[in-house]
Design a protein around this ligand. Structure first.
Ligand code: ADP
Ligand code: MG
Length: 580
């Protein structure tokens, strides 16, 4: 038998390869816009006719191409973006395989005009991969590329295109993803002669509003955290804004839209209990990660991705989202049945989880405390229908009391609760400080006589690192050389304590890589210093304040340092004590 293996002519192999890159008009649009972005364009215009079936045009003001490069750009594996194999592990540009234009040109009619610094404008026309025409062009800047009659030479593929409605939806998906990840670029989008988007250069939140409408504005909850593994930023949407589809879910890794089941799972879990059945949360999450820690090369369309450290990333995202939802007070308020170990606060993620230690005072003798009079009264039900602890003003019965100047004893419907007053107050302050830091709420009292403090070089260094956090929680501080002048202090901090508070914070060994974030560090330190201590006698108002506020916290179970704040004894526990 004679030889039967032959090498496919490049037009055939290009057409086959085109199947991977060019599935539908939207995939063409994605490649073209990405090329414009890679060419450093600041303005991109998109013109679509008949859902891209007859025309997809992208006009940019990027760096353009030389005549030679215009020709080369349509050859397979022609790229200006990588030279050697190592490059693909550090690549930051959108495309790098050098196959998009070759693939697109093999299945459509292409007209390209471009100009660069060194040459006059030029025009080339390519049909099914064959050069048809070239000429001078009077294009003034950047590149314009028209893709006409996609799949004209593969009728089977053309017939497979869906209705205009469906194809346009894919096109808009692609456009949204790229417009959201590039708010610094001005976009115009014209569909069948009508401009349906004009997006000027703007900030991310504005860009999201420009695309999704004014209503989304008040539903955006900002996220911003640097961790050792990745920097995470963007917005999650309040549960009220969840949708019956996943259409508001956007995850970008190194500014590239990706689909990742485990990331969307970790976010969905954070919303647990907050969404109606069948509703999906919305988010715009940007994960910045060292490119060598991911593999984007796993799928030709590059919307799937592999992370080296996906387990840690999972828990970081999960607790971060939870935390942000909590700060905006949308988490369920009180759930005594909740297992505290299930509730990892985001600041715990950085370290290995430690088992909460249950503090039980061995000297505690219940019979000293539960005199008959009180025992009869601790059966009150503090749980109001909306699940917040609630005290009946008209009822003077003692329902809360302090023991050993250290614990507050209270009850709910079926359990006895013993709360560590110091840890509880730390948790309350921690959440409220975090809230003021993130929300930048006005929380300041002006001092009649400013306080002066002189700082060491080391303290000064640290102060400069966390100056914003000082401000955001209500300190107004000016510096004169090494002298600190404190003009305003946050509510909740006693004037007499200010010196101690500041000294204490600035003497901490501060290390960003150890601490989850500056805000977290700050809130933790501050809450520790300013909290009510063990040994302090509390009046009834103070005790009630602690109980009420603790159970309005996002995570009432654990102190900022992960210590168990309260223990509960339910009916069984108590009965067992008698039967045991
Ligand atoms: P890749 O983007 O993977 O390099 P493409 O086939 O998409 O491959 O593009 C090939 C090359 O053509 C790019 O590397 C780039 O040098 C050039 N190119 C394509 N589009 C543009 C554009 N709009 N402006 C400037 N250069 C472009
Ligand atoms: Mg490309």
């Amino acid at each position: 038998m004679s030889d039967i293996i032959k090498i496919l002519p490049s037009d055939v192999s290009n057409k086959i390869a085109a199947g991977e890159v060019v599935q539908r008009p939207s995939s063409v649009l994605k490649e073209l816009i990405e090329n414009s972005i890679d060419a450093n364009s600041t303005r991109i215009q998109i013109i679509i006719k008949d859902a891209g079936k007859n025309l997809i045009q992208v006009i940019d003001n990027g760096k353009g191409m030389s005549i030679n490069d215009m020709h080369l750009s349509f050859i397979k594996h022609a790229t200006s973006k990588i030279n050697k194999i190592e490059d693909i592990f550090t690549i930051s540009s959108m495309g790098f395989r050098g196959e998009a234009l070759a693939a697109i040109a093999s299945v459509s009619m292409v007209e390209m005009e471009s100009i660069n610094d060194n040459q006059n404008g030029h025009f080339i026309e390519i049909n099914g991969g064959e050069l048809l025409n070239e000429n001078e062009s009077n294009i003034q800047e950047g590149t314009s590329i028209k893709i006409k009659n996609i799949f004209y030479n593969i009728p089977a593929r053309r017939n497979f295109l869906k209705s205009d409605f469906v194809e346009l939806r894919h096109i808009l998906d692609v456009f949204h993803r790229l417009a959201i990840s590039h708010p610094e670029i001005e976009f115009s989008f014209i569909n069948n002669e009508e401009e349906i988007f004009y997006l000027k250069e703007e900030l991310l939140n504005k860009r999201i509003i420009s695309i999704f409408g004014e209503k989304i504005r008040e539903n955006l909850i900002p996220i911003n955290e640097s961790t050792q593994i990745a920097n995470i930023s963007g917005f999650v949407l309040k549960p009220e804004f969840s949708k019956k589809s996943r259409s508001n879910q956007f995850v970008f890794v190194n500014n590239r839209f990706i689909k990742s089941q485990f990331i969307s799972h970790s976010i969905s879990v954070s919303y647990e209990g907050l969404l109606k059945d069948g509703y999906y949360p919305g988010y715009f999450l940007f994960i910045d990660i060292d490119p060598s820690k991911i593999d984007v090369n796993v799928h030709p369309n590059k919307t799937e991705i592999k992370f080296d450290d996906d387990q840690n990333l999972y828990s970081i995202i999960n607790s971060l989202v939870k935390h942000c939802l909590g700060i905006y007070q949308v988490s369920p308020v009180l759930d005594f049945d909740k297992d505290p170990s299930m509730d990892i606060s985001y600041d715990q993620v950085k370290s290995q989880p430690t088992n909460p230690t249950i503090e039980i005072n061995s000297e505690f003798n219940p019979f000293n405390v539960f005199k008959e009079k009180e025992m009869n009264k601790v059966s009150g039900d503090y749980l109001s229908p909306n699940n917040k602890l609630n005290f009946d003003d008209n009822n003077q019965d003692l329902k809360i009391f302090q023991i050993l100047n250290k614990f507050i004893v209270s009850t709910n419907k079926s359990s006895l609760i013993i709360i560590n007053q110091n840890l509880a107050h730390q948790r309350i302050l921690y959440e409220s400080f975090l809230k003021s830091i993130f929300e930048n709420t006005e929380n300041s009292q002006k001092l009649v006589f400013p306080i002066e403090l002189s700082l060491t070089k080391k303290q000064l260094l640290l102060y400069n690192k966390i100056i914003d956090e000082f401000k955001s929680i209500g300190f107004e501080i000016s510096l004169k050389n090494e002298l600190m002048l404190i003009e305003s202090i946050p509510f909740g901090i006693e004037k007499n304590n200010v010196e101690e508070v500041i000294e204490n914070i600035l003497n901490e060994e501060f290390n960003v890589s150890n601490d989850f974030s500056t805000a977290d560090f700050f809130a933790k330190r501050l809450s520790k210093i300013t909290s009510i201590k063990s040994g302090q006698k509390l009046n009834l108002d103070e005790q009630e304040y602690i109980v009420n506020h603790l159970f309005s916290c996002k995570e009432p179970n654990l102190s900022p340092d992960n210590k168990q704040i309260f223990i509960t004894l339910n009916k069984n526990d108590i009965e067992n004590k008698f039967n045991g």
